[in-house]
Ligand binder design. Structure first.
Ligand code: NAD
Length: 481
């Protein structure tokens, strides 16, 4: 069995100081497929030291050259696309087609920031308004320094691409901790990084859990910035750690996103967008649209259409053709989702969703629609992170908007309306970083990703995603002729 007992530091695999190992489990077969070191704070010290040594050389590497390294990483991912999609599917439990979509997104992200690095080089020294006669000013952008990156398990290779690609384009060196639950895809990424020829110490990857690696990484004084994707409670501890030393922090946290369906919406489109928003990745999406607000005229028909679609899903082997939904990522995650189903029973909530046949093994939870859930219910308010949809019927757009915004989260939303202008007018009033109108949840690298309220701080992707790793510097001097 594969034993990940080493840490990737300075482009070599060095034994972790920890002897403790945690199992890596295939959530469909419920078997251990690897074991991974729990990690040790001393590993963090070694990785941060390597990243600090590499920093001057990487900062001074021309932006266009850094872009070439990113292109090489994209090419490496492309070359291993099939194998990596399969590995990701096996480790995470997501259907193979979804893992292929992840590969597409990750590759596009490295390519986008390869070009962004070149553009950054071009804008260095751009003339700024000086504001005074005889004085000139220019603008430059420096990398923030050594960055600590932490990701969850739901989109292996994608969450890391959204951080690694802009950080490297900006000229930052990196200590990166992937989730201990899905360490396998990013393990292969280190091979790709070596093949791409990145200098030692530019990317260091530490396996391990939150206590042994995540928290020490956040506390480490050698880290100049933290970028974290994960749950809101852990995000708060990351932010507290960043306060020491006044270090910047980017947080991509949880959500309880709404999907609004207006009176004139197309029923089939509404059903399809609802299904994609709650069943993709078995609902384990930060942007899952888990609260449905539907106009009362359409409510009963839409509920029936969703129940029929959920009942017709084919949960099964994520690697087999024809599987629509895989298992949840772990027994812990399954138990967490089931605890909400038990809570629904206790609260007397109503689900008529037919349960499709589930495989005998695997951490499966059948998708469910709960109708007319009161906004005071914990199921309505809390992130469940599984295929559980709570719905309410509303009298008009105003009620839908008010209920949509009545949440501590503000990551994403979908609006389904008869015409896109109407949908966009509603979208403008929603408290969410991303709103999709009559379209699926697309997230191209040119875009922007991040949440309002307790869903996070900052934006990933696009120009903002690069700026998150840069310090802007203005240089003012007398004009010379
Ligand atoms: P999690 O917060 O438990 O773990 C995320 C990462 O943080 C893991 O690598 C974990 O080992 C590490 N970690 C745990 N404790 C830590 C600590 N004290 N200090 C530092 N690091 C620590 O989240 P999860 O269960 O892996 O992922 C699910 C959560 O992630 C959900 O809440 C989901 O909404 C969120 N998420 C958000 C986005 C987004 O873009 N906003 C994307 C994906 C997932």
């Amino acid at each position: 069995m594969l034993s990940l007992t080493e840490q990737f530091i300075d482009n070599t695999w060095v034994p972790s100081r920890s002897v403790a190992l945690d199992p890596v489990i295939d959530p469909y077969r419920e078997v251990t497929i690897a074991e991974v070191t729990r990690g040790d704070p001393a590993d963090v010290d070694a990785a941060v030291a390597a990243a600090r040594r590499a920093m001057p050389g990487w900062r001074d590497t021309p932006e266009a050259r850094r872009g070439e390294y990113l292109k090489a990483i994209a090419a490496g991912l492309e070359a291993r696309r099939e194998g990596l999609a399969e590995l990701s599917s096996r480790n995470n439990g997501k259907p193979l087609a979804e893992a292929h979509q992840d590969m597409h997104d990750a590759i596009a992200c490295y390519r986008y920031y390869a070009d962004a690095a070149v553009a950054l080089g071009r804008r260095q020294g751009q003339v700024d308004a000086s504001g005074s006669e005889g004085i000139s000013a220019r603008r430059y952008w420096d990398p923030i320094g050594v960055v600590g990156l932490i990701t969850p398990w739901n989109f292996p290779l994608v969450s890391s691409a959204w951080k690694l690609a802009p950080a490297l384009a900006a000229g930052c060196t990196v200590v990166f901790k992937p989730s201990e639950i899905t360490p396998l895809p990013e393990r292969v990424l280190t091979e790709i990084i070596m093949e791409a020829g990145l200098p030692p110490g530019v990317v260091n990857l530490l396996h391990g859990d939150g206590e042994s690696i995540g928290a020490p990484l956040c506390r480490h004084p050698g880290i100049d910035k933290l970028s974290f994707t994960g749950s809101t409670p852990v995000g708060e501890t990351v932010m507290r750690a960043a306060a020491k030393g006044v270090r910047p922090v980017s947080l991509e946290l949880g959500g309880k996103s709404p999907i609004l369906v207006t009176e004139d919406a197309d029923l089939e489109l509404a059903r399809d967008l609802v299904m994609a928003g709650i069943c993709f990745n078995a609902g384990q999406m930060c942007s899952a649209t888990s609260r449905l607000l539907v106009h009362e005229r359409l409510a009963d028909d839409l509920y029936a259409a969703i129940d029929a679609a959920m009942g017709a899903l084919r949960p099964g082997n994520p690697l087999a053709e024809g599987t629509d939904m895989g298992p949840l990522v772990s027994a812990t995650q399954r138990d967490r989702v089931q605890s909400y189903l038990a809570m629904a029973d206790r609260e007397g909530l109503h689900s008529k969703t037919p349960v499709p046949a589930l495989p005998e093994r695997g951490f499966f939870v059948a998708p469910r629609l709960y109708r007319d859930v009161p906004p005071s219910s914990r199921l309505w308010r809390e992130e469940i992170f599984g295929p559980v949809l709570c719905a309410r019927r509303v009298a008009d757009d105003e009620e839908a908007i008010a209920l949509a915004n009545d949440s501590e989260f503000g990551l994403a939303a979908t609006v389904v309306a008869g015409n896109p202008d109407h949908a966009e007018a509603i979208a403008r009033r929603l408290e969410a970083g991303n709103v999709w109108c009559n379209v699926d949840q697309v997230a191209p690298p040119q875009g922007s990703w991040g949440g309002m309220k307790r869903s996070g701080i900052g934006r990933e992707l696009g120009e903002a995603g690069l700026d998150a790793y840069l310090e802007s510097k203005r240089i003012t001097r007398p004009e010379t002729h």
